[in-house]
Design a protein around this ligand. Structure first.
Ligand SMILES: NC(=O)c1ccc[n+]([C@@H]2O[C@H](COP(=O)([O-])OP(=O)(O)OC[C@H]3O[C@@H](n4cnc5c(N)ncnc54)[C@H](OP(=O)(O)O)[C@@H]3O)[C@@H](O)[C@H]2O)c1
Length: 267
């Protein structure tokens, strides 16, 4: 059966892979981007403008007529990553990270909840966090913190929606080969010399993306979660994601930290 689904950040990467899958399987999709003028028209796909860092854009998007027709699912996928040492990231960059990844996403979450309540048949509300929403990596601290905040809010929302026909879903991808490492990642602040080498190594490793999953693998997991009809909250997605989440759960902190330190910081 065809569903009507909203995907934020559908222009590239994981969002684009999900949009393509949903279209292939006969669904109606509304996708967002900051640059709808760059998108080509496609059957069953509507583009809408949304900039998570602009209150005016968010208000205009939430007031758009596209919300007059019921959505079966809303996928909060859009976001970006800040790569910076905790000690020297600029305050404005930290705030922009939380503005986009957390505050704007939660504003859309509240809007989608009101939408599902109004249209009584309910729906599925999904957020794309990261394995970095359940653990932290060096130099991704502010990004990870924004995703931890989303994890907590969506876990609360899961309890609060238990007596409704609204299903809450969290997708936790591992490292995925998208434009995230090249365009979607922002650097901030002047790094202390102690950090420069590690930051350069990390940036190179991310661009090479040897351990990264194909975005379609993550999109397939998202599609499965959208349509499985279950109350399950969390889904690991992509290579190594399930293993890392499992190790985070079972290993003592010191062991897990030693593992991440070796994997990310060792020369
Ligand atoms: N790649 C990974 O390794 C990875 C791992 C775990 C989780 N994730 C999460 O997956 C989601 C998608 O990331 P991706 O890897 O597909 O990255 P991507 O290739 O950079 O795509 C990001 C998408 O989000 C949109 N976007 C970015 N900043 C935005 C903003 N300020 N306002 C509105 N839209 C914005 C972009 O749309 P426009 O540029 O067209 O506006 C684009 O469609 C993100 O939430 C990311 O945190 C990624």
């Amino acid at each position: 059966m065809s569903a009507r689904i909203l995907v934020t950040g559908g222009s590239q990467g994981i969002g684009q892979a999900l949009v393509n899958r949903l279209l292939q399987h006969g669904h109606q999709v509304v996708a967002t981007t900051r640059h709808p003028e760059k998108q080509l028209p496609q059957t069953r796909l509507t583009w809408a403008a949304l900039d998570l860092e602009s209150r005016q854009s968010i208000d205009s998007f939430c007031g758009h007529r596209l919300w007059d027709t019921p959505f079966d699912a809303v996928v909060n996928n859009a976001g970006f990553g800040l790569i910076a040492p905790i000690e020297s990231a600029d305050d404005s960059d930290i705030r922009a990270q939380f503005e986009a990844n957390f505050f704007a996403t939660m504003h859309l979450t509240q809007h989608a909840m009101a939408h599902f309540r109004k249209h009584t048949k309910g729906g599925t509300l999904m957020v794309n966090t990261s394995i970095g929403g359940r653990m932290a990596f060096p130099y991704f601290g502010y990004y990870n913190a924004s995703k931890h905040a989303l994890e907590a809010a969506y876990e609360s929302l899961w309890y609060e929606s238990a007596n409704s026909n609204i299903h809450i879903k969290i997708i936790e991808p591992g490292f995925t080969q998208t434009q995230f490492a090249t365009q979607g990642m922002r650097h901030s602040g002047a790094a202390h010399p102690n950090h420069r080498e590690a930051l350069n190594r990390l940036a190179t490793a991310m661009k090479t993306g040897q351990t990264a999953s194909n975005p379609d693998v993550v999109a397939a997991k998202m599609e499965q979660a959208l349509f499985d009809g279950s109350r399950r909250l969390r889904y690991a997605a992509g290579k190594h994601a399930g293993t890392l989440l499992f190790l985070r759960k079972v290993l003592p902190d010191a062991w897990f930290q030693a593992l991440i330190k070796k994997a990310v910081l060792s020369t």
